[in-house]
Design a protein around this ligand. Structure first.
Ligand code: SF4
Length: 327
């Protein structure tokens, strides 16, 4: 099975019901990122991208619009159309043009999920100015911690990212800016980002950026590195409260495990392809697949069995939980 440009709709706690768009077309899920995050659910990035010319398989704007126009399923009742998937969407220079085109044929708000690596580039900020919501990652206010956790490609520096995020906030025509703070813990000596010192610095930096929303979360799927583990829930709640005291309750969201309940029964085309598409983008447990796609257990079980016996997917046990990932 090959990777599709449009996938979903899927349910997530952060964005509700959203249709995904993946704008780099490669069957290899791990090659299109300029970060190699220790928490990445897609595993290692063997060769980090260092610039736009490095990116293979850029999808053209017309192809995205055409794929969306001919998407076979019911795409009403969506919360967002989201650029994310298995690549960093801002690496595609046609992102702004795509957003403009999608707005002409789709009434739903558009979200871009970015690792923030390129927000210091004016062209990237111009592309982002077309969207309704940007969810940008920021793991630390310290360069060393940022480098240890995100492991960026050469030339990407935290100070430039912070300045780029501040610029987005200042743009006349701008999207809602959400900062995603991914907190990690480790079962060995590692510069984790949930200590008092780290949180104090993050608060300082976030005050400078002044985002509209701050999302606090931790790893919930098998990470690229075995030594990375989730931050305990009580610590997350404590940190969320500290952020609320500074930024106000309405701007801070604590994202805990699980997905929102489906509002309506989803319509499906080829369920097996949809399950594969979902697992390709994020390893999932049986329950997570069923909740994300709105499929009941009885329907899902034979699909998973078939995919396991054809070896298109495999099992991966992490902390007593069984995840499915592509083979
Ligand atoms: S988590 Fe996102 S930014 Fe980090 S390596 Fe994976 S795909 Fe890239």
């Amino acid at each position: 099975m090959t990777k599709r440009i449009i996938y979903g709709p899927i349910l997530s706690r952060r964005l509700g019901r959203s249709l995904g768009i993946d704008i780099i077309k490669t069957p290899d899920t791990k090659k299109n990122c300029n970060f190699d995050c220790v928490y990445c659910q897609l595993g290692h990035v063997p060769k980090k991208i260092t610039g736009n010319t490095d990116v293979k398989g850029l999808v053209a704007s017309e192809e995205v619009i055409e794929s969306l126009r001919s998407y076979h399923k019911n795409i009403e009742d969506l919360d967002y159309v989201t650029f994310s998937g298995t690549c960093e969407p801002t690496l595609n220079p046609a992102l702004g043009e795509m957003i403009r085109g999608i707005k002409e044929i789709n009434p739903h708000p558009i979200c871009v999920i970015t690792n923030s690596s390129l927000v210091d580039k004016e062209t990237v900020r111009e592309n982002l100015s077309e969207t309704d919501l940007v969810v940008a990652t920021l793991v630390s206010g310290y360069e060393e911690t940022f480098r240890a956790i995100n492991r960026p490609a050469k030339g990407i520096e935290l100070e430039n990212i912070i300045n780029g995020l501040k610029e987005i906030r200042k743009m006349d025509k701008r999207p809602i800016l959400g900062i995603e703070v991914m907190l990690v813990n480790a079962n060995m000596d590692f510069p984790v980002n949930h200590t008092e010192k780290e949180i104090d610095r993050l608060k300082e930096v976030l005050l400078e950026i002044d985002p509209d929303e701050i999302e606090i979360l931790t790893v919930s799927r098998p990470p690229a590195e075995d030594y990375i583990v989730p931050v305990p829930e009580n610590r997350l709640k404590q940190i969320a409260m500290e952020f609320e005291n500074v930024f106000g309750k309405e701007r801070v969201k604590l994202v805990l495990k699980g997905v929102k309940k489906s509002r309506s029964k989803m319509k499906h085309g080829n369920i097996e392809e949809e399950v594969y598409d979902l697992i390709m983008r994020r390893p999932c447990t049986f329950k997570q697949i069923s909740a994300s796609l709105g499929i009941n257990d009885k329907e899902l079980k034979p699909i998973i069995d078939r995919m396991l016996s054809s070896q298109s997917i495999k099992e991966n046990a992490v902390e007593e939980k069984k995840y499915y990932k592509i083979n």
